[in-house]
Design a protein around this ligand. Structure first.
Ligand SMILES: Nc1ncnc2c1ncn2[C@@H]1O[C@H](COP(=O)(O)OP(=O)(O)OP(=O)(O)O)[C@@H](O)[C@H]1O
Ligand SMILES: [Mg+2]
Length: 274
């Protein structure tokens, strides 16, 4: 069953759509794995992974060991823990129990900084994620550390879809092109992030379209740049508001659209594989 995006998506209608998408994904995206990865750091992976996981009511598996990652932003502080839930699960061979996010954040499996020195092989990470998704019987969204590393490689190998965000800039375009080139045969979707609409003729947007065409990669709806996101303190998903504030409508609508597009692409991949 495919879920349609309402023609007129505005205000609280967007929030109703997200509620519906969460319900739909729990029924239709069970065991589906969506990974967020990029060659370049700081392009919005953790933010997008958190919002995608929230909008799809997925378990968020955080494979980034840096402090700027999704777990910390959601309030999980490794300083207060003795152990890494993710490494414990890998060591014991048991499926981790996600930390419940309730109504305002996604359920979470954090890794913490010790993952850096204890990286599992790509093969082990891939098999573990597939097993966990099956045991949870839920959709799974994975955030990754930027660049080439074994956990990210394993996650991409397990993924039905890899969303690769990019911001606009020369280095970002080089990194995006390299990422596309190195991931031939993967099911990718480019997510343009921090887009300023006034800059309608930004040459980097044309470069994204060119890369997308060359490597036959779909491009999601753009995510706007919103300055307040950088200093936001709340440890919740942006999309979890109960009523729509005008100041957030553009951003939340964009995340809802990207989540919807990711869901349909990933679902299609499972059907193609069947
Ligand atoms: N659409 C946006 N508008 C404005 N700021 C944004 C947007 N998306 C992300 N940011 C900000 O950009 C910074 C980097 O975002 P984020 O941590 O999600 O990137 P990342 O790709 O996960 O980084 P890293 O590679 O270090 O893991 C953060 O401060 C975040 O708040
Ligand atoms: Mg990150």
């Amino acid at each position: 069953m495919v879920i349609e995006l309402p023609a007129d998506l505005s205000g609280d209608e967007v929030l109703r759509f997200i509620a519906k998408l969460r319900w739909w994904a729990r029924v239709n995206l069970r065991r589906v794995i969506i990974v967020v990865a990029s060659a370049k750091g700081g392009v919005g992976k953790s933010t997008i992974a958190t919002e995608l996981a929230y909008c799809l009511d997925a378990v968020l598996v955080d494979l980034d060991w840096d402090d700027g990652g999704a777990s910390r932003a959601l309030g999980w502080l490794h300083e207060q823990r003795h152990r890494s839930p993710l490494l414990d699960a890998l060591d014991s061979g048991r499926t981790p129990r996600p930390i419940r996010g309730g109504a305002s954040k996604p359920d979470l499996v954090p890794a913490g900084p010790t993952l850096e020195a204890n990286q599992p092989s790509a093969d082990r990470m891939c098999k573990a994620l597939i097993q966990w998704a099956a045991d949870w019987d839920r959709p799974v969204v994975v955030d990754t550390h930027p660049g080439g590393n074994a956990p990210a490689d394993g996650a991409k190998a397990a993924a039905h879809l890899t969303v690769t965000p990019t911001t606009l800039g020369l280095k970002q375009m080089e990194a995006l092109n390299g990422f596309a080139e190195n991931h031939d045969g993967y099911n990718l979707m480019i997510a343009p992030n921090e887009i300023v609409y006034q800059v309608w003729a930004d040459p980097h947007l044309e470069r994204i379209a060119q890369i997308a065409k060359t490597y036959e990669i779909p491009v999601s709806s753009p995510i706007p740049e919103v300055k307040w996101l950088r200093s936001r303190k709340a440890r919740t998903a942006v999309c979890s508001v109960r009523t729509m504030p005008a100041s957030r409508e553009e951003l939340i609508t964009a995340y809802a659209k990207v989540a919807h597009q990711s869901a349909l692409r990933a679902l299609q991949a499972t059907e193609d594989a069947a």
